[in-house]
Write a protein that binds this ligand. Sequence first.
Ligand code: DP6
Length: 324
Amino acid sequence: MTTSSATAVAHPNIAFIKYWGNRDNELRLPMNGSISMNLKGLSTRTRVTFDSSFPTDIFDLNSKRQTGSSLDRVVKHLNFIRGLRGISTHAHVFSENDFPTSAGIASSASAFAALTLATVAALGLDIPEANLSRLARRGSGSACRSVPSGFTEWRKGHSDLDSFAVTIADPSYWSLTDCIAIVEENQKKVGSTEGHATAYTSPLQAARVADSDRRLDICRNAILKKDFQALAEIVELDTNMMHAVMMTSNPPLLYWQPITLEIMTSVSAWRKTGLPAAYTLDAGANVHVLCEAEKAEIIQRRLSSLPGVKQVIISNVGGAAHLL
Ligand code: DP6
């Protein structure tokens, strides 16, 4: 019997310029590049153990044995990495999020970043960060952005070989903070994978994609210049464009709740009256409110006072996926 094991930690991320729609769903080659920041306050810890005596792969998430599509997705990822090493040994995957799964925060990014790194390490493969990011991308597109540190950009690339994420600024470069207003604690009804597959049915998707390099340039420059006003405007435009595509896809995806819209209009009003904040939403009703660190407390207080906001989670900029 041979055993080998490794444990990795990765943070989820919040996208400033969103990934929505693939040119290749199998390889997860995106229609457009994207930019995000890792969320230090939240993490996934994953231990992968290969053992020649295991009869099958097993996946435990937050102490619950997984079956069906949740297990299948992990096995598919393990199979790909095992193929690189030319082995078929089964694995036990133990994964834990330190944030409530019920908080409706997407965890596929941190999940597949941590799974990729732990699997590669347990198999004794030594691969550079760009290739780890490429591998993580196959498991979940946004996971490729959780591999490098800080503010990261996923270049859409031409093929599997050059579609990966790189750091554009380290966590200490700018103390941005994400105040996550949790308004919906249930799992989203239509997941991102299904949404990516129908993005092309929206007549607005082509325009969103055609304009994406412009938005990426503005966003990257705003980060590098620490220009919050410019960042706020482009981040809100980008999330609005993605949700416009979602709403006009077939079938339509409408993730907002009344409280979602109330937070969005409040945040825009706060900014106009001198409190710099910007909203962005993923494929769900929760609202991520970005601000500079010194404004986080007042924003947390204001968000918490809105009826319908169940909790507000605060996170600064996080580092790279790493081994323990
Ligand atoms: C709205 O990476 O979760 O959060 O590749 O199918 O796992 P899969 O999708 P996923 O999509 C993320 C969509 C988003 C925007 C973003 O994070 O860029």
